[in-house]
Design a protein around this ligand. Structure first.
Ligand code: AMP
Length: 396
């Protein structure tokens, strides 16, 4: 059978990220993003392989316009042989424990989950519906960010809140970034020569959004994000954990509304809020070198809180086969990796400075000091994992 092609689509409210994945090649034949959809500045950017970049302005174009412009590009890059479409869906609630072929019933179920992800799921659905109309003859598969974490035990996913909030309203911890944690834990097992079904990992996905995960025998046993992606680690613009009484405190003392508090916690906090400078780790590292106090503090808090979360996740592991760093920061910041590991000396963790410095820009590998527990840098590839999940369903 010739190698198959899957188009992977990730729809936000005003953007569509896409990648054409060929099962036999690590490089995407086509990838890109449509941005600012619905505005006069709507634009489609794409790249063929690692070469030629191009853009097309699509004034006031919506998801459907962008996808219809994309259609001939995808068909061209796939040599007319596109086998299916894999859609990233943020929230699958408790209904979806694995990738699922899309049909009207599944669409209705994703819609019913929208109250749990009011910003993400409706945007995902908008893209899915437009794509299903345009690519009507192809199978469409939904791959959920939450699905991997459905194996968490109840003592890890429940909040200490009145039982009815869980039973009647689904208030529990769900976790996100499941596709990435699953991909990197499999790769880590391969790199270490272990079986994924018989190994235990701590994983830190550190991008604009950040989360940790405890993975035992290929299953998620705990993760730092919760009901929403705000819980847990310090992120680019998100606060991560705060005292739950912060809301009432700010309302009482400053008269802030729920919307204002929500915006502050999601958009103006994290690295950006602490540094007063940027949500981007690259900029913060440069500013720290020049002695910027806010950037220095933001990096210190980020690494300490990350180490604390990893130590907490270790409660879910029978043994530690390795710590995995991934995501834009995890894959590219020797500074963050070394500062984080320095807080975990009680675990015996220690890095080889040269190996740590070498693992950047897509280079993965082991970075622990001789004789210390394994620490791996593993470039994530959510698009490939979504394509593999889509292909696995097409085979049935
Ligand atoms: P992601 O969401 O996975 O694309 O990750 C985005 C984050 O990765 C941003 O905070 C970037 O600043 C960070 N990042 C990317 N490259 C580097 C780098 N060379 N050094 C430090 N952080 C980086």
């Amino acid at each position: 059978m010739p190698a198959r092609n899957i188009l992977v689509i990730n729809c936000g409210s005003s953007s569509i990220k896409f990648a054409l994945v060929n099962e036999a090649h690590s490089q995407f034949p086509l990838s890109g993003i449509a941005e600012r959809l619905g505005s006069p500045d709507a634009v489609l950017h794409w790249q063929r392989g690692s070469g030629e970049r191009d853009s097309l302005i699509i004034p006031n174009g919506d998801h459907r316009t962008a996808l219809s412009q994309l259609l001939p590009l995808v068909q061209g890059a796939a040599g007319g042989k596109l086998h299916g479409i894999g859609h990233r869906v943020v929230h699958g609630g408790e209904l979806f424990t694995a990738a699922t072929r899309l049909d009207p019933k599944v669409l209705a179920a994703i819609n019913a989950t929208a109250p749990l992800a009011p910003l993400h799921n409706p945007a995902n659905l908008q893209g899915i519906e437009a794509a299903m109309k345009l690519f009507a003859n192809l199978p469409h598969v939904a791959v959920f960010d939450t699905a991997f974490h459905q194996t968490m035990p109840e003592h890890a996913y429940r909040y200490a809140l009145p039982d009815s909030l869980y039973r009647e309203h689904g208030v529990r911890r769900y976790g996100f970034h499941g596709t990435s944690h699953r991909f990197v834990s499999r790769r880590a097992a391969e790199m270490a020569g272990l079986s994924v079904g018989d190994s235990s990992w701590l994983s830190a996905h550190l991008g604009n959004g950040c989360s940790t995960c405890a993975i035992v025998n290929g299953q998620s046993r705990d993760t730092s994000m919760g009901l929403t992606p705000l819980e847990g680690l310090v992120m680019g613009t998100r606060s991560g954990d705060v005292d739950p009484n912060l809301h009432s405190h700010l309302h009482r003392t400053l008269g802030w509304s729920l919307e204002e508090i929500d915006r502050m916690l999601n958009r103006d906090s994290g690295l950006k809020g602490l540094s007063g400078l940027s949500n981007d780790m690259r900029s913060l590292e440069k500013a720290r070198e020049q002695g910027h106090a806010g950037a220095t503090l933001a990096i210190e808090v980020f690494c300490y809180r990350l180490a604390k979360s990893l130590a907490a996740m270790s409660c879910a592991l029978p043994q530690l086969d390795g710590l995995i760093f991934t995501g834009g920061i995890g894959e590219n910041s020797p500074l963050v990796r070394s500062k984080t590991v320095a807080h975990l000396r009680l675990f015996g963790l220690s890095l080889d400075n040269e190996a740590n410095a070498r693992c950047v820009r897509g280079v993965g590998g082991a970075i622990q000091a001789y004789g210390a527990p394994r620490v791996l840098v593993v470039p994530t590839n959510e698009e490939r994992q979504i394509a593999l999940d889509t292909l696995a369903l097409l085979d049935h």
